[in-house]
Design a protein around this ligand. Structure first.
Ligand SMILES: Cc1cc2nc3c(=O)[nH]c(=O)nc-3n(C[C@H](O)[C@H](O)[C@H](O)COP(=O)(O)O)c2cc1C
Length: 179
């Protein structure tokens, strides 16, 4: 018989990892989206692959599903204000890009000019096991950086309240027929 996982132990292990924080951006047609995330990782070396997990409650999730590229901006210790802008507000309510400097990438997703350490990704796969986040697997097509940097970490943004609580229901367009 499988012993159920103690969620507190699981959460404590995850908190100890102290994930680096990034802002993911996406676009489709004239619509831009972006949010702060902690769920992201390299997933393969040959070929190089990067995976990100987006909450089905988020505006960014809906735009990312329709687009074929994403940009991932690696935040540094100087970027708490950007983390707050993209993590505490929703594109459902405000235009976050009116409050920061950005430029379109050749591939589409907006690039945050404050964040020189970034990847542009082309989506290669999606994985949805029916949970609250969906996994986007992607190939890096552009990588720019300034050399080693100290990331902004989960423990640096404990004061932030997500703009969309994860237990919000997804939009009807992404709700499974069986729900
Ligand atoms: C510390 C922190 C970590 C977060 N991690 C994720 C994450 O891994 N994936 C995600 O989809 N949202 C994550 N969020 C939530 C979104 O950043 C937040 O709900 C945002 O307001 C959504 O914006 P949008 O509706 O414009 O996409 C996180 C928020 C915070 C404060």
């Amino acid at each position: 018989m499988t012993v159920p996982v103690d969620p507190e132990v699981f959460d404590q292990i995850m908190a100890s990892l102290d994930a680096p924080m990034v802002v993911v951006t996406a676009t489709v047609d004239d619509e831009r989206a972006g949010c702060l995330i902690g769920f992201h990782a390299q997933g393969s070396i040959h070929p190089r692959r990067y995976a990100i997990w987006l909450s089905k409650a988020n505006h960014t999730f809906r735009v990312a599903l329709l687009g074929d590229h994403l940009a991932v901006h690696f935040l540094t210790q100087d970027d708490h204000d950007l983390a707050a802008l993209f993590g505490e507000n929703s594109g459902d309510d405000i235009d976050k890009f009116a409050q920061c400097e950005w430029a379109p990438s050749e591939e589409g997703p907006p690039l945050l000019l404050r964040c020189p350490n970034r990847l542009v990704l082309r989506r290669t796969g999606l994985f949805d096991e029916g949970g609250d986040h969906l996994c986007f697997v992607a190939e890096p097509v552009v990588a720019t950086g300034t050399g080693p940097f100290t990331p902004l970490r989960l423990s640096d943004v404990g004061d932030l309240e997500p703009g969309h609580p994860v237990d919000e229901r997804p939009s009807p367009a992404t709700t499974r027929a069986s729900d």
